[in-house]
Design a protein around this ligand. Sequence first.
Ligand SMILES: Cc1cc2nc3c(=O)[nH]c(=O)nc-3n(C[C@H](O)[C@H](O)[C@H](O)COP(=O)(O)OP(=O)(O)OC[C@H]3O[C@@H](n4cnc5c(N)ncnc54)[C@H](O)[C@@H]3O)c2cc1C
Length: 409
Amino acid sequence: MKTNLNRPKEAFDYDVVVAGGGPAGSTAATLLARYGHSVLLLERDRHPRFHIGESMLPNMTPIMDRLGMDWREGNLRKQGAEFIDESTAQRIRFSFASQAPTYQVERARFDARLFENAARQGADTRQNEAIVKVDCQADGVTATSSRSIHRCRYFIDATGRGILMGRAHKSIRRLDNLGRFALYSCYGNAGSPAAARLFETGIIQIVLLDIGWLWIIPLTGRRLSIGLVVKTPRPQDVASHELFQRSIERSPTLTELLDGAEPIFQHRVEADFSYINRKRHGLRYACCGDAAGFLDPVFSSGVFFAAKSAEMIADRLHPALIEGREGDPNLHLPDNAVYEHGFQTMHRMIERFYHSGLVYNLFFEADRDRRIKTEVTCLLAGDLWSENNFFQQGLLTGRCGNFQVTGDR
Ligand SMILES: Cc1cc2nc3c(=O)[nH]c(=O)nc-3n(C[C@H](O)[C@H](O)[C@H](O)COP(=O)(O)OP(=O)(O)OC[C@H]3O[C@@H](n4cnc5c(N)ncnc54)[C@H](O)[C@@H]3O)c2cc1C
């Protein structure tokens, strides 16, 4: 049943227009449609479309359950994350054995399934239609697309790194102290014994380098997603394919894994991906997912934050639409602190990864302290809102440097 409005129904085409059919947009559209609101979900491209970002977190599972998605099929179970320094042979593995099951996914297929699910659950979905302009007024929103004009009561910006509202409001703050650019490719026919072992565990490996780090993500179909994230600006004197190739060749782990494997596509580049949108919500609009901010790929938190922020917006908006309160510009203020708590935790942890030797000073020592290992594992799983994670409290209060690994407790 669609929302019963206090105003003439014909004044609006939809209760909510959602721009962007990635994980954030599809999550928001699905939940609002399930609540009974009329929703239009618009995607600029056409699914399945390529997207980087295959590694998911265990705390994504409750959201997938809520969306009615079974994501076991076609994806590789991810059993944890491993950090490796090849120069010292140090490595540490954080196991997700006691966490909800999560997966390494092929994003083209994963995102397409989420989008189709939104349609199945009642959202009106359209592809090859981009929102180009949004006008939010006290009496409603006019969302102009490449094909039409849509009048609605509320607008959700889920345009990812398109950051539609953030660009319009000039509210994007770039973060230039995290990863600066990424080069990545996907390799097929990965048939080496080392690759076979990795496919069995499904863990993501993170190989530390002087210039940044490499990700190794095993996927179904004997494929490996390989990426290099560099923490300095792009060098002018080295071509990106050389940098990528050289980093792979110098890594014994990758040399062994990729023996006999073939790149499926030429390496691709993403740069300047770290930013915060300082105006995530306002009069009749809210931003979720990358449109609200993106930190860095290192702890694989992007899709989780996308879905989580979309869920928070949908849950807050639902009663407001019922009661006709959606025009309150401060509607989402009560959720700010909750969102920030999770986002800031990840931000601090990523800053420490790049600048304070987090992996060397803490991760590599974590096997000696069960509590710290458990607490780090929880954060890596996306469990960011628990009340008794002392490591997290240390991160947020800036006292993380005081953490000492003191032996098994
Ligand atoms: C190098 C790199 C590696 C990453 N690795 C991981 C990882 O391993 N795990 C992880 O969880 N995250 C990872 N991420 C981040 C993750 O991919 C994103 O955080 C996630 O895709 C955000 O979801 P979203 O729905 O907000 O945006 P998107 O997935 O980008 O979806 C936005 C959609 O909006 C559409 N769109 C854009 N503009 C418009 C418009 N005007 N009108 C209509 N539609 C529009 C786009 O076509 C797109 O389909 C990585 C990011 C980078 C840069």
